[in-house]
Design a protein around this ligand. Structure first.
Ligand code: OGA
Ligand code: MN
Length: 220
């Protein structure tokens, strides 16, 4: 399997573990190339808590096999996805609230810099059992264009490239870019412009996946 290690402006390791320090880089990357990957983006302790919470929810049977959603995605293929999910609500736990606060900070910064008019954030825990995948798709529904920016925060300690499970971006120039689901990595991309897929892994793969959304223009 081809694994491309991120390089150049999209790889920004930083010792502060603070999303605030990354927001400017995320904005620059998104403006320049439509996506941004930030490693060690949220404090390791919080990342661990979020991973534990995801596992606890899974053990409690709260994660359910994901459907395509309330309506068809813009780009679909057969046997689309095999992840189990549970949507996040504010007030469920300290860790989740801290994550939601960080995403709200990102939302406001993107609005200020890029005038995206992002009004809210929806997100879910996702667990891919070994072998599960999500085929190539766009994060857009056919009849609902509110999702503007996709955000995936990974929760997997010590992920190795040989374990598979990369998020594969299909870039506009036809090239592929694989992102490993490493704990602490935050991937941000423009939902309408970036076809992507999740490759099967040999181990369980946890993430928090969310969307910054615009006002419901075009919803019917
Ligand atoms: C999604 C998705 C990517 C990932 O849920 O729409 O593409 O890496 N997730 O989990
Ligand atoms: Mn997606």
């Amino acid at each position: 399997m081809q694994v491309l290690i991120p390089s150049g402006p999209s790889l920004n390791a930083c010792s502060s573990n603070d999303l605030s320090a990354r927001v400017a880089r995320i904005i620059d990357d998104v403006a320049a190339q439509g996506w941004s990957l930030q490693t060690h983006c949220i404090a390791p302790a919080l990342t661990l808590e979020l991973a534990e919470e995801c596992r606890k929810r899974a053990e409690a049977g709260l994660l359910v096999l994901a459907g395509v959603g309330r309506s068809a995605l813009a780009v679909v293929s057969e046997g689309l996805r095999g992840d189990h999910i549970q949507w996040l609500d504010a007030g469920q736990s300290d860790a989740c609230d801290q994550f939601l606060a960080a995403m709200n900070e990102l939302r406001q910064a993107l609005n200020q810099a890029l005038y995206l008019g992002l009004e809210d954030f929806e997100s879910h825990f996702a667990l891919y059992p070994p072998g599960a995948y999500y085929k190539k798709h766009l994060d857009r529904f056919r009849d609902d264009d509110r999702r503007a920016v996709s955000v995936v925060f990974y929760l997997n300690e010590d992920w190795q490239a040989e374990q598979g499970g990369a998020l594969r971006l299909h870039l506009a120039d036809g090239s592929l870019h694989d992102v490993l689901p490493q704990a602490g990595s935050l991937l941000v991309f423009l939902s309408a412009d970036m076809p992507h897929e999740v490759l099967p892994a040999t181990r369980e793969r946890l993430s928090l996946t969310g969307w910054l959304r615009r006002r419901g223009v075009g919803v019917f």
